[in-house]
Design a protein. Structure first.
Length: 68
């Protein structure tokens, strides 16, 4: 089981609107990330955390055995 943050719902919500865009400087990147975060509701953020809790519990239950 993979528990890397890039697998979570929220990161796709950030990645998709920013993909294939060239940013001139750090402030432009920060503004794009802020817009992407604000486009998501509280429920969207919760959806991104719930699977993490389940995955971490599964890792604990299997004593850290690697699953994919």
């Amino acid at each position: 089981m993979i528990i890397t943050p890039c697998d979570y719902f929220l990161f796709l919500r950030l990645k998709i609107p920013m993909k294939e865009t060239r940013y001139d400087d750090m402030s432009t990147i920060q503004a794009a990330v802020t817009r992407a975060f604000k486009a998501n509701s509280k429920a969207d953020f919760q959806k991104s955390v719930d699977p993490l809790i389940d995955r971490v519990q599964y890792c604990i239950d299997t004593e850290g055995t690697y699953f994919e």
